[in-house]
Design a protein around this ligand. Structure first.
Ligand SMILES: [Zn+2]
Length: 374
């Protein structure tokens, strides 16, 4: 048998002492088998004897379809081709495309959970953009009014939190334009970044209370000596919390006036030298609009459509963070410093944030494995 090598394959057997461990020398390649997508390796864990295919725990596991077709469908989802278009071009059922999207979403979620953590970020921009699933309500719904939780009028909002210094999408969720979804966005963001960054958003009123739920100090009230119950302690913004808003007044879609205001943490904001801005996030929103086609289906319920849209945006998030080099993130190559022949190294947001060391291929996005030992 060949000497154990680093195959980037963890042992999948939960009973094994090496379960989830990667590149510890316990995994050997023992044979190959031929699929219609080409040769695939079979691995064996030397500690427990479990054998498994290299496609185990990837998007392609146990699929009869050629990998290229699956990848093409998933790429089309990211370049604004609708479900029926993909179904027509590739001659597969819409349900099949949705099943592949589900697999891609699960891998994307695993990538996020594994790599997006303890990020050192100085600034976070927050925004929510609408996307209509049911066409007929789009005319009626009109401007951005804050909707309630059960809002079922066909409006879907895509929420984004973005770290402009790395061009990194920190979190992306789909939900109604309510406090509850704002809270979810802040919760995911707060759980993956270190410390308290500066937050900037539009004038939407729900971000401040949502931020205070995660970045707060408790204010207690002294007994006044007067009769009656003493006041209950309340949450106040944490002294490190900086939150600024860019408020745009519009008339018939045209911007009349832009106001910048610091909602809390003015002193720390001035020290930070940052500017209140959501410009880069607005540019990202345009990219999102140019990339994602609405996946809504008349045959599915509103909540099912919302679920599919959520899968699509999370998949877009990892695609954006790990496979797309960003022009503004490229670095001068150390190899040459000839002014006329300056070479650059492409970098993705993930590389800028220091959570990966290379530009991922699209296939890597669907097959990446991680050490998941407890
Ligand atoms: Zn094992």
């Amino acid at each position: 048998m060949r000497k154990p090598k680093n195959w980037n394959q963890p042992c999948p057997n939960t009973e094994c002492q090496s379960y989830g461990l990667m590149n510890k020398g316990n995994i050997s390649a023992i044979s190959t088998y031929l699929t219609q997508s080409g040769k695939r390796r079979i691995f064996k864990c030397c500690d427990c004897g479990t054998t498994f295919s290299e496609t185990r725990d990837t998007v392609f596991f146990d699929l009869k379809t050629h990998e290229d077709k699956v990848m093409m469908a998933l790429k089309m989802i990211l370049v604004k081709v609708g479900l029926s278009g993909i179904s027509f071009v590739l001659e597969v059922k819409v349900e099949t495309v949705l099943e592949w999207l589900d697999r891609a979403y699960k891998k994307a979620d695993e990538i996020n959970v594994t790599l997006l953590k303890e990020l050192s970020v100085t600034e976070v921009q927050l925004d929510e953009m609408w996307s209509f699933v049911k066409r007929k309500v789009s005319k009626k719904a009109g401007v951005a009014i804050e909707s309630n939780d059960e809002c079922d009028d066909g409006r879907q909002w895509i929420w984004v939190s973005y770290a402009p210094e790395f061009r990194l999408i920190v979190a992306m969720v789909v939900g109604p334009r309510t406090f509850k979804t704002a809270l979810l966005l802040i919760q995911i963001t707060a759980s993956v970044i270190l410390g308290v960054p500066c937050f900037f958003s539009d004038g939407f009123s729900c971000y401040l209370p949502a931020l205070i739920e995660y970045y707060y100090k408790i204010k207690t009230f002294e007994k006044t000596g007067k009769p009656g119950r003493p006041r209950n302690p309340v949450k106040e913004p944490h002294e490190d919390l900086v939150y600024g808003q860019v408020v745009k007044k519009r008339k018939k879609g045209r911007i009349l006036e832009i106001t910048y205001r610091i909602v809390c943490g003015a002193e720390r904001f001035i020290k930070s030298g940052l500017k209140i801005s959501t410009t880069l996030l607005e540019r990202l929103n345009l990219t999102i609009r140019q990339s994602l086609a609405p996946l809504g289906r008349k045959t599915l319920s509103f909540s099912k459509n919302r679920e599919n849209l959520n899968k699509q945006v999370v998949f877009f998030q990892v695609f954006y963070n790990f496979t797309r080099p960003h022009m503004s993130l490229r670095e001068k190559s150390a190899e040459t410093d000839n002014l006329f022949e300056r070479k650059y190294v492409s970098r993705t947001p993930g590389m800028a944030a220091g959570i990966t060391n290379h530009v991922w291929t699209f296939r890597e996005l669907l097959t990446m494995k991680f050490d998941y030992s407890p």
